[in-house]
Design a protein around this ligand. Structure first.
Ligand code: NAD
Length: 454
């Protein structure tokens, strides 16, 4: 049996290995998952929630160890990795929300009385990326399981150990077969998509998302896709520039820019651009880079050499096409890309069009709000967007003209608890979280009887 080796991107050291699932074994795994589903469904929401809450508690007690695994496998700073693991223990609220979203609803129009049920679909597969190697699985596995489905998780081949550890924690309490893991890369992902699963929940790149949608169309399988982005940030003249620059640095460099809602394009009016850029360069200086296990490090390496090459190719092309380096831009060692600030980025450059997924803050100067809005929207992506400005209606007015799915005003794009995580245009197909998001893991059924009137 072949194995999948996982290397520490900061040091190149082997972290560990897992056996790879042979693609031909996948139909049998799906069968076992299907066989386990009726008993899991029969536990009802409360029975399932009880087990999931009990299991998830280990994410709190073991967060140091799990966080260390995340950092060594994909490079993010330890504090962020520990926080990621710990956050997975807090499932109670989401489970309550799922229970409410999936409770039967009654309708009566005087002629017909109907009940709408939200039944489990059966077997779901969750295919996940490496950038949040435990929380991305959790975002799909938890609502799928809570809805009464069984789940087959395929973690990214870059973070197989973190994905396995996530499932192992839950499997200490879950009945056998309810949550299974397939290890491997695109071959295993493709076979899962082709197999007899009822829903494919995918988080990853736009290209893979398109491939999955095509492959799933033959059987009209249910699909949820959370894909990449090219998030814009618009800084208005009225903005608190210090806050805006600090946010721009944090949101461009967090997780070394390997976040789906990283700030990838910054639009700033010419009149305030010099000051904003100076503040951004100052904020960038505090983003210490190094091995995520070292205290005080805020920016780790790229996940692998391929990602480093991709980011540096975009960076070098942008500079050769006229972008100016204000900070960083050189001294890249191993898998590390130095946090870099560019200005003079134009819309023709690859770095302005394709997802970078690296620590590069790209500034484009604009002459008007209209130009900023037009350029921010000039992308097939549509995940997040951010506007910084004063609290007059004008800032909110700009926010409403942006075509992304999630727009933050003076903050990151993510919404309040209970709201969906949603990508517009080519950044998503369906969405996560929220009542409507939870219902995507179910089949809606309507049972109707006529109402006898005397
Ligand atoms: P990726 O698309 O390369 O891989 C994601 C997963 O899909 C992996 O498990 C991989 O093995 C599997 N896979 C690859 N080809 C497949 C195929 N043909 N069929 C089925 N499965 C296949 O993405 P990645 O590099 O792991 O992750 C980074 C991407 O994820 C970025 O684009 C990022 O923006 C996106 N992302 C989006 C969100 C969101 O919420 N929208 C969150 C995190 C990451």
């Amino acid at each position: 049996m072949s194995t999948l080796r996982s290397y520490n991107p900061a040091t190149g050291e082997l972290v560990g290995e897992v056996p790879v699932t042979h693609p031909d074994d996948i139909p049998g795994i799906v069968e076992r998952s299907r066989a386990a589903q009726p008993a899991w469904r029969a536990l009802g929401h409360d029975g399932r929630a009880l087990l999931l809450i009990e299991a998830a508690e280990s994410f709190r007690t073991r967060s140091d160890e799990l966080g260390r695994l995340i950092t060594t496998e994909m490079g993010k700073p330890l504090a962020e990795a520990v926080a990621e693991a710990k956050s997975l223990a807090s499932v109670r609220h989401e489970l309550d929300e799922i229970g409410e979203a999936l409770a039967p609803e009654s309708f009566d129009d005087g002629r017909n009385r109907s009940t709408v049920y939200h039944d489990p679909l059966g077997v779901c597969t969750a295919i996940t990326p490496w950038n949040f190697p435990m929380s991305m699985p959790a975002w799909m596995v938890l609502p799928a399981l809570a809805a009464g489905n069984t789940v087959i998780l395929k973690p990214s081949e870059e973070t197989p150990l973190s994905g396995q550890a996530y499932a192992d924690v839950l499997n200490e309490k879950l009945p056998s077969g309810v949550l299974m893991v397939v290890q491997g890369a695109d071959d295993q992902g493709k076979r899962l998509v082709e197999s007899d699963v009822d829903l494919i929940a995918f988080t990853g790149s736009r290209e893979t998302g398109k491939h999955i949608l095509r492959a799933a169309s033959g059987g009209l399988k249910r699909v949820i896709l959370e894909l990449g982005g090219k998030d814009p940030m618009i800084v208005l003249e009225s903005a608190d520039l210090k806050k805006a620059a600090k946010f721009a640095a944090l949101n461009s460099f967090r997780n070394a820019g390997q976040v789906c809602v990283s700030t990838e394009r910054i639009f700033v009016p010419e009149g305030i651009a010099d000051r904003f850029e100076a503040l951004l360069v100052e904020a960038t200086a505090s983003m210490n880079q190094g091995d995520g296990l070292v205290d005080g490090v805020r920016v780790g390496p790229m996940v692998n050499a391929h990602q480093r090459t991709h980011v540096l190719a975009q960076l070098e092309a942008a500079v050769s096409e006229g972008a100016e380096v204000l900070a960083g831009g050189s001294g890249h060692v191993g898998n590390f890309v130095t946090p870099t600030v560019l200005t003079g980025v134009t819309e023709e450059m690859a770095i302005a069009k394709e997802e970078t997924f690296g620590p590069v803050a790209c500034v484009t100067r604009v002459r008007s709000e209209e130009e900023a809005i037009e350029k921010a929207n000039a992308t097939p992506f549509g995940l997040g967007a951010v506007v910084f400005g004063d609290d007059s209606g004008r800032t909110a007015g700009v926010a409403r003209q942006l075509t992304a799915g999630m727009i933050g005003i003076n903050k990151a794009a993510g919404g309040a608890r209970g709201t969906p995580w949603v990508g517009a245009r080519e950044s998503g197909f369906g969405f996560h979280k929220s009542k409507d998001g939870h219902r995507q893991f179910t089949q809606t059924r309507v049972v109707t009887e006529s109402v006898e009137r005397a």
